[in-house]
Design a protein around this ligand. Structure first.
Ligand code: SAM
Length: 240
């Protein structure tokens, strides 16, 4: 792997496959209409945009991401899927966006991955890894509770959006195919690769052992592995 962006592209291919059913279900619930202007930030490798186009190929989508490689992959994916799709892509930092007020009908912001239940058979190990600053990014330790993602409704209310719905979607992982078997460690890396300084040597050794496809203790070595990831959508509607 050349750098973190390459790892990210590969990791997103895996995680997007796992989450596809749940995300497609969430997209279906959006009610995308012909001509709707949609902002997807961060758009990653463009799979969510592709699934939105499956839902309604008459939407106008702007995909923004800070990662050059993710964007290049996304552009290619969408161009191959539908050369006539109304999609444009921008390389930009989510913290520095200058977008026209009241322009978009939908803003899709799916980070989207918070660790779910992935280290089956090792709940204590998973709890220890999740109890790190890394696993709880972007929330800072002792941060303002109102900035926690689960308090999204308070952000909406602050800008006058009161008609809010919350719904969670689950993606089960079972019977992963051989291709995914080899690349699942990239998914674990996406969550916990930087947790090493925050956990004990013993925990780190055990963790790296069970996520190593060459180890006899590799988590996915038999077909009994199951995992779970969850996604929560917060939707606020503007009444016109
Ligand atoms: C976990 S991925 C999610 C991508 C996509 N929404 C999905 O769920 O497949 C996170 C993405 O955020 C992008 N990203 C990280 N920091 C960013 C920033 N400051 N501005 C814009 N994008 C950013 C990364 O390049 C990466 O593609």
């Amino acid at each position: 792997m050349e750098n973190m962006e390459d790892i990210y592209v590969e990791a997103l291919k895996v995680s997007n496959k796992i989450s596809e059913r749940a995300i497609r279900e969430a997209i279906k619930d959006l009610g995308l209409f012909a001509g709707a202007k949609v902002l997807d930030v961060p758009c990653g490798i463009g799979n969510h945009i592709s699934w939105m186009l499956d839902e309604n190929d008459k939407v106008n989508i702007t995909g923004i991401d800070i990662g050059k490689k993710q964007l290049a992959y996304a552009k290619n994916l969408v161009a191959e899927k539908d050369p006539d799709a109304n999609c444009k892509f921008q390389e930009n930092d989510i913290n520095k966006l200058e977008l026209e007020d009241n322009y978009f009908d939908f803003i899709w912001c799916c980070d989207g991955l918070w660790p779910g239940k992935l280290l089956s058979g090792y709940p204590h190990l998973e709890s220890a890894l999740n109890n790190t600053k890394t696993a709880n990014r972007p929330f800072r330790e002792n941060g303002n509770p109102d900035l926690h993602i689960l308090r999204t409704p308070s952000w909406f209310k602050k800008v006058g959006l009161n008609k809010i719905t919350v719904k969670s979607y689950a993606a089960d992982i079972y019977n992963v195919n051989p291709d995914m078997f080899a690349v699942m460690p990239l998914l674990f890396q996406m969550f916990w690769s930087q947790a090493k300084p925050e956990v004990s040597e013993e925990i780190w050794q055990k963790y790296t052992d069970i996520i190593n496809p060459k180890s006899e203790n590799y988590l996915l070595k038999d077909d009994c592995y199951t995992g779970l990831m969850t996604y929560t959508t917060y939707i606020a509607t503007v009444e016109k």
